[in-house]
Write a protein that binds this ligand. Structure first.
Ligand code: NAP
Ligand code: GCO
Length: 285
């Protein structure tokens, strides 16, 4: 089971002040890694550092926008100065804009593409040379259902996540010979701040239509939680996955395998929203 451990490794999780990134960082730390992270807002980083400390995690965090190559270069140099290397990169930072395509401005389109696709390119480019020098490394990209499927209002996000799937395969193709494994985590619908608008109950207390819809598309009839993804994040960061490369592993509760059922078949009395289900840990920061 030592193959699943990360002792002695330095892991950089981008966008880990809350949401999935925070969960990944906590899980990799529990598996033995030293975790470092970045995001755009100093106050959120300070709050996250306190929350990591409450979990007994000695994380390191600094302001760095993944779309700014200079900031990324400085962040990587800072981490190497402090901790010697970066063995694992999880390209987690991402945003979504839910706007009908014909109403989306080019600026809005570019903002999503820059963060969700160009950011992983910039961060991967910053760590691969040292991974080559030291004989290998792990890069994990935050893919999505939208790496495979489209839906209304998320054109830029789907284009970015589809592109990220192919960037994952291309890093595998170009750098696999250096013992660098690049894979993707493809979550389904997970309860985080990014998806909170899709779960918010109506003023009359009714379930959000999208909440009902996505449960009818998920065999488990529930949203995923960040904790559901942590085992896969540790696995893909560990020596246990050294011969897995270029794969997008979907962790979606079965969405991609299921045609779905009529949402009206769901008994709403049995369906709590994630925020109401005390058994579910929701990353609500
Ligand atoms: P989230 O709750 O919105 O968190 C996003 C994180 O990224 C925050 O820490 C945010 O901090 C950071 N970030 C955003 N833009 C950044 C930038 N330019 N530079 C550095 N950090 C940046 O999102 P999430 O739900 O945890 O999702 C995390 C990743 O998983 C995203 O790539 C998302 O597309 C993907 N994903 C999510 C789901 C889901 O259902 N939640 C499913 C599939 C895939 P700041 O804003 O302070 O910078
Ligand atoms: C949306 C959601 C999704 C999830 C995730 C699904 O508006 O459809 O935000 O895009 O974030 O990417 O895998």
């Amino acid at each position: 089971m030592d193959k699943f451990r990360l002792d002695g490794k330095v892991a950089w999780i981008t966008g880990a002040t809350y949401g999935l990134g925070f969960a990944y960082a906590a899980a990799l730390s529990q598996a033995g890694a030293k975790v470092v992270f970045n995001a755009r807002h100093a106050d959120a980083i300070a709050r996250a550092l306190d929350e990591y400390k409450e979990l007994g995690i000695d994380a390191y965090g600094a302001v760095c926008d993944v779309t700014d190559e200079k900031q990324v270069e400085l962040f990587v140099a800072d981490v190497k100065e402090r901790f010697g290397t970066i063995d694992i990169l999880i390209n987690n930072a991402g945003i979504i804009k839910r706007i009908p395509m014909t109403e989306m401005s080019v600026e809005e389109w570019n903002q999503v593409i820059n963060i969700d696709l160009t950011g992983p390119f910039i961060c991967s480019k910053a760590v691969i040379p040292d991974m080559i020098k030291k004989g290998g490394g792990k890069i994990i990209n935050a893919c999505s259902m939208m790496s495979e499927l489209g839906r209304e209002t998320v054109s830029a996000y789907a284009a970015a996540k589809g592109g990220l799937k192919m960037l994952t395969r291309n890093i595998c193709s170009e750098y696999g010979k250096y013992n660098i494994q690049c894979n993707g985590i493809g979550p389904g619908y997970i309860a985080t701040p990014q998806t909170a608008p899709l779960r918010k109950r109506g003023s009359d207390g009714s379930m959000h239509p999208f909440d009902r819809f996505i449960r009818s598309k998920t065999p488990a009839q529930r949203w995923g939680t960040p904790d559901d993804l942590c085992g896969l994040a540790v696995f893909l960061s560990s020596p246990a996955s050294d011969f897995i490369n270029g794969q997008i592993i979907y962790i979606d509760g079965g969405i991609l395998a299921y045609i779905g059922q009529d949402p009206s078949n769901l008994d709403e009395s049995k369906l709590k929203t994630v925020e109401e289900d005390s058994s579910v840990q929701v990353s609500d920061r």
